[in-house]
Design a protein around this ligand. Structure first.
Ligand SMILES: [Ca+2]
Ligand SMILES: [Ca+2]
Ligand SMILES: [Ca+2]
Ligand SMILES: [Ca+2]
Length: 282
């Protein structure tokens, strides 16, 4: 009788022990969730759904508590090994009803559950595989503590895997991959504007119809294709081959439309000169 009481008592002690001590006995999986919607380098929500997990998510160990950048091909640094079952996709474990997920949830259970005090972080890529990826983002350093759920803040995948600019056009190799432009040709679409300049202007480096042109002059108003956040300077010349001079102040792009329209400065009317719009690079 005395022995039986002792066994019950020790069982209670085990259950009431701190979570870190009892985690092995309880076998509770470690849950890791994205805190916010994750955006890619273009500001678009990362792709993937509950039924078809998409862009690549990795759980990496930070052995010395240090996060190192990946290699050019996306492989993790040797001090940040991929954890057992530490691969997932955007959309995993998200409710089916969620139409714009951009998040993930994953669980590491059984033998894959990291032990107490393990330091880890989440790395998210802008594509489902390393071969397709060009940009990534890392969460902050996370520490396994009892049974608490780890909430990973990722932000945007704006870290370039390949920062080199092989053709010197101002666009690094990662952006060339994102745009599907040619990393060995400074003006991929041959429209006279360098790939890097097209990136700054918000035009497409792979579409010769997407360049920087005056779209319309009508009744003393000038309109052109513009991109949010860009600033422009209007210039005028008396003849097509003449010298262009700045007229008016620098103009901010229309914040809503993909075109900006203004009164032609200095009261110059249509047909009285040649105009062009220059992107202001600051
Ligand atoms: Ca380039
Ligand atoms: Ca290029
Ligand atoms: Ca071009
Ligand atoms: Ca173009």
């Amino acid at each position: 009788m005395r022995l039986l009481c002792f066994i019950i008592a020790s069982g209670l002690v085990l259950l009431m022990a701190p979570a870190g001590y009892s985690q092995g006995a309880l076998e509770t999986p470690l849950h890791i969730n994205a805190r916010d919607v994750i955006l890619d380098e273009f500001g678009e929500v990362l792709r993937g759904s509950a039924t078809a997990p998409g862009d690549l998510v990795q759980v990496l160990r930070a052995e010395d508590g240090v996060i190192f950048p990946p290699a050019v091909d996306g492989r993790p640094h040797s001090s940040n090994p991929l954890m057992d079952r530490g691969t997932a996709g955007i959309g995993k474990f998200m409710p089916l009803s969620q139409t714009r997920p951009g998040k993930f949830g994953l669980s590491l259970g059984g033998l894959a559950r990291p032990v107490e005090s393990t330091k880890l972080f989440i790395r998210v890529f802008n594509a489902p595989t390393l071969a397709e990826a060009s940009f990534y983002a890392d969460s902050e350093l996370l520490t396994v503590k009892g049974n608490s759920v780890l909430m990973a803040g990722i932000g945007r995948t704006t870290n370039a895997l390949d920062k080199a600019d092989d053709d010197g056009d101002g666009l690094n190799n990662s952006w060339e991959k994102s745009y599907e432009s040619d990393p060995g040709n400074a003006d991929t679409d041959g429209d006279g504007m360098l790939d890097g300049d097209e990136h700054l202007a918000g035009t497409s480096p792979t579409d010769e119809g997407s360049e920087f042109v005056v779209a319309r002059i009508s009744r003393g108003r000038l309109s052109w294709k513009s991109a949010l956040g860009r600033r422009y300077q209007i210039q005028r010349a008396d003849a097509a081959g003449g010298e262009y001079v700045n007229i008016g102040d620098v103009v901010d792009a229309d914040p809503v439309l993909d075109e900006t329209e203004i009164d032609i400065p200095d009261g110059a009317g249509s047909g009285m000169g040649f105009y062009r719009v220059k992107l202001v690079i600051e």
